[in-house]
Design a protein around this ligand. Structure first.
Ligand code: SF4
Length: 363
């Protein structure tokens, strides 16, 4: 939990700096080993300049006026940010792999897959050469398999053309949307841009718009003012990562404002702390997924099961065998059309193919 990309001003997590020790430079703030901070002599009226002894015993709380909300956030992040492998690299390929894996998959699950993927496909070139079958096998267990093919196709595009260097040029790669384009630009290329996903929308919508439960329709307003929020120098590119962690640990759907390092700057903290805010059951309308009315899960789950059955059958699998393999309640009379529709979708997505009478992973 202690990722420290660079040492800057220490922060005690309470919105203010505290404290006391002798020997600090004039007008400077000095960090104690304990993480506490002292303020130098010219911060005081000369007639009241404390002695060295005073420095050792006096305890005071000083809020540094230059600390913007983003600076406080970064200070908190340096102390409490998650230690994640993809945060230790500026390699655009590694960052893209992590971003695509993190779409729809939890951080803890992605960790192992990220390392294994980079071992098998260490760079753009090695991935560009991979077949559909190879990437589908390497992606096994992550779900939403089309992401694997999209990643491979992005690698082919980079190898064939050149590495994009702006949000606009990343957007020209098929499958890369505004969020991912901004994320790679910030994390790999240190651009001063803000990717907006659900987590970032929730935190920035609250902080910058004073909206307790921001919606996707607020993104445009957030983008318009986020430029003033981001620091102009230093690790401004870490701000989105810091927001992810704040959103995960503190500024959740039901936020823990009492422990938030930004509570003094946040226009909705008092509202939440009053306990009078009603937490909606659903923040954002869920995308409508196709599903069989008689089955407990959306079709996406069954498509995943079909792909798994095909992947694990070294000699290919007969389509008639799939029904019972993916669904215990499968009824060939009423469910055959349903299976065929899913097979057709998997074929269209280039994940499987029919050779003879059997199904295989797409070569
Ligand atoms: S004070 Fe509360 S609402 Fe505001 S950013 Fe912090 S956790 Fe979120």
């Amino acid at each position: 939990m202690n990722y420290i990309p660079s040492k800057r001003e220490p922060y005690n997590g309470s919105g203010s700096y505290k404290k006391v020790q002798g020997g600090c430079a004039k007008g400077k703030v000095k960090e104690l080993k304990s993480g506490k901070v002292i303020v130098g002599a010219n911060s005081f009226n000369k007639s009241k300049i404390p002695s060295r002894f005073d420095f050792l015993t006096l305890s005071l709380s000083v809020t540094l006026p230059h600390m913007t909300t983003a600076t406080k956030l970064l200070a908190w992040y340096r102390r409490f940010g998650r230690d994640l492998a993809w945060r230790k690299t500026r390699d655009p390929y590694h960052v893209l792999v992590s971003e695509i894996m993190l779409q729809q998959t939890q951080v803890d699950r992605v960790k192992g897959f990220y390392t294994a993927w980079l071992k098998q496909f260490p760079n753009w070139k090695s991935l560009a050469k991979a077949t559909n079958e190879e990437v589908i096998r390497a992606w096994a267990g992550l779900g939403y398999n089309r992401r694997a093919l999209m990643l491979r196709d992005a690698a082919r595009s980079v190898v064939k053309h050149e590495l994009p260097t702006t949000v606009e040029t990343w957007l020209q790669i098929k499958g890369i949307g505004p969020y991912t384009a901004a994320a790679i630009s910030a994390f790999a290329q240190k651009k001063r841009v803000m990717p907006i996903d659900t987590n970032i929308r929730r935190v920035l919508g609250r902080l910058l718009l004073g909206n307790t439960f921001p919606q996707p329709s607020d993104d445009e307003r957030i983008q318009k003012i986020v430029n003033d929020f981001l620091p102009r120098r230093g690790n401004y590119y870490d701000v989105p990562q810091a927001i992810f962690d704040l959103a995960t640990d503190i500024c959740q759907k039901s936020p823990k404002c009492a422990t938030c390092p930004l509570r003094r700057d946040c226009p909705v903290s008092k509202k939440f702390l009053s306990g009078k805010v009603v937490i909606p059951k659903q923040m954002v309308k869920k995308a409508i997924e196709s599903r069989h009315l008689e089955k407990p899960y959306p079709d996406r789950i069954y498509r995943g099961r079909i792909l798994k059955a095909v992947r694990e059958s070294t000699q290919g699998i007969n389509p008639q065998m799939l029904g019972n393999a993916i669904d215990k309640t499968f009824d060939p009379i009423v469910d055959t059309e349903w299976i065929e529709a899913m097979l057709s979708r998997l074929t269209k997505d280039q994940l499987i193919e029919k050779r003879g009478s059997k199904l295989f992973l797409k070569r």
